[in-house]
Design a protein around this ligand. Structure first.
Ligand code: 4AD
Ligand code: MG
Length: 477
């Protein structure tokens, strides 16, 4: 006798064979039919109990959430809704679940309620589907890079440098409470801390990934990333996973090609590997959309959106063109934007990005050549002296999903840029070395994995696509 998974059994035609299956009861109806799930698929298998060989006490213990072991035979189903079912010959309760207390009842729960029960929410259809898709998507990411000659590099999580030049980091220290030593001028003396310097959780593995690209040619990171910005939005987490490829001898055009090909490829991959889960999530989203006012509803279903992305080219637009479009747009003229666009140089807010993608171009957009003043120090300066070779990929419903650039490979210009922004050369001596020894054109980007999972699953809130979200005022579990 073999122990099977629900997925295998649902696809099997090995009738009349004895099988064993273990899983959790999703529902139990008419004192006879168990819908059993073991996580291998969104679908349940129906197990039919024979009263004759099941005692009264065991029968009473079969309830939603209980773990059970079932022996029986696989038969063609007589009932509607399934092809096969299990005729149970023996049932053992492995773990009870008190129906008066178990929070995950077989009914619709709000996403907010489920967030408070994040340790149990993966037992629901929605979250098990999302988490299976997340898992397959992360495998697709590795597959794409491994098949295209990239080396996976594990960049440090504790870092002594601030890649993005923003004061939004989580400090790592082992000073005891209220006992940090201070220097003569009253500042905290980090030379006495564990690492002998001030250290933080990383906001990006890019700078270290660049060192690998300048030797291995093609490198990528895929790891946890931390930002202490106090953004309580549906697209920000304090701890998220970022994918950062970095490639030597590749310019910004190559970088755009890579980002587009990569995103299309991994979405195509899950359209193949996650059919059942995506079909379920597609129906879930369609249902959810019905509760929205007509004007806010999407005219495409989830599966149509995914298909659309994989089959259409992303629109490439310069920042300067985008500003013109925005300046002349209806919402700008009618003062509907919270941040009106008046002049060149303005930083784009998510309302502007979404206007471009959802209303104007109606497809993913890659914006490039941003003003140097609103982008990070390491981006390559253009001949005009005021724009840099930056790119952001903007997605419908999400806004920015990718941020990247061609890197400044010229030592003198990089030094000037750092001086202007007051970045200490001594802190990034090793980064400058890359420009001293064998420097070359190189580029890369960062993609927020959770934003990709959000797009792939149609979930509106980023907190619902990561197992245990970390956000301001929230680090439960
Ligand atoms: O645009 P960002 O800040 O770019 C970088 O960090 C570069 N060093 C990347 C590179 O060139 N290697 O972040 C990249 C992406 C964003 O486009 C977004 O998708 C995601 O990371 N991201 C977040 N996702 C969730 N929560 C947050 N707080 C995020 N901040 C950025
Ligand atoms: Mg960005």
């Amino acid at each position: 006798m073999t122990k099977s998974s629900v997925l295998e059994l649902l696809q099997s035609d090995k009738f009349s064979q004895e099988i064993t299956i273990k899983g959790w009861v999703r529902t139990f109806r008419s004192n006879r039919f168990i819908a059993l799930n073991d996580g291998s698929t969104i679908n349940n298998i129906q197990c039919v109990i024979d009263f004759e060989n099941t005692d009264e006490i065991t029968l009473k213990r079969i309830s939603t959430g209980a773990a059970v072991s079932i022996k029986g035979t696989l038969v063609e189903s007589q009932g509607k809704g399934q092809n096969v079912e299990i005729q149970v010959s023996e049932l053992e309760i492995l773990g009870d679940s008190n129906p008066d207390e178990y929070p995950i009842q077989p009914k619709k729960h709000s996403l907010e309620f489920l967030r408070e029960n994040a340790h149990l929410r993966v037992r629901t259809n929605t979250f098990s589907a999302v988490m299976r898709v997340r898992s397959k998507l992360s495998f697709a990411v590795h597959k794409y890079f491994q098949e295209n000659g990239f080396n996976y590099v594990n960049t440090p999580i504790i870092t002594g440098s601030d890649a993005e030049g923003a004061g939004e980091m989580f400090r790592v220290t082992n000073f005891e409470d209220n006992k940090s030593p201070v220097t003569e001028d009253g500042k905290i003396d980090y030379s006495k801390d564990f690492f002998g310097k001030e250290t933080n959780l990383t906001v990006s593995g890019q700078l270290e990934a660049e060192t690998f690209a300048m030797s291995l040619g093609k490198a990528y990171t895929f790891g946890p990333t931390f930002r202490a910005e106090n953004s309580n939005t549906t697209r920000h987490l304090a701890e998220f996973w970022m994918i950062e490829p970095e490639v030597a001898f590749m310019d910004l055009d190559g970088n755009m090609d890579l980002a587009e090909d990569f995103i299309k490829s991994v979405l195509k991959d899950i359209l193949e590997t996650c059919k059942d889960d995506l079909t379920f999530l597609d129906q879930r989203l369609t249902q959810e959309e019905k509760s929205k006012p007509q004007a806010e509803r999407s005219d495409m279903s989830l599966l149509e959106k995914l298909q659309f992305i994989t089959e259409n080219n992303f629109k490439r637009v310069s920042y300067t063109e985008a500003i013109e479009i925005l300046r002349n747009s209806k919402p700008n003229k009618k003062k509907k934007f919270q941040y009106p666009i008046n002049e060149w140089g303005a930083d784009l807010q998510s309302e502007h990005e979404r206007f471009l993608v959802e209303k104007h171009f109606k497809c993913p957009v890659i914006l490039f050549d941003y003003p140097a003043t609103i982008k990070a120090f390491y981006m390559r300066l253009n001949e005009d002296g005021k724009t840099v070779r930056a790119m952001d990929v903007l997605f419908p419903g999400i806004g920015e999903i990718v941020g990247g650039s061609q890197r400044e490979e010229r030592l003198d210009i990089l030094k000037e840029k750092m001086a202007a922004l007051d970045i200490d050369e001594k802190e990034l001596w090793w980064y400058l070395d890359l420009r001293k020894y064998g420097t070359a054109v190189h580029s890369g980007f960062g993609l927020g994995f959770e934003r990709l999972v959000q797009f792939a699953t149609g979930m509106g809130n980023i907190r619902d696509v990561i197992p245990f979200p970390r956000t301001p005022q929230n680090a439960e579990f």
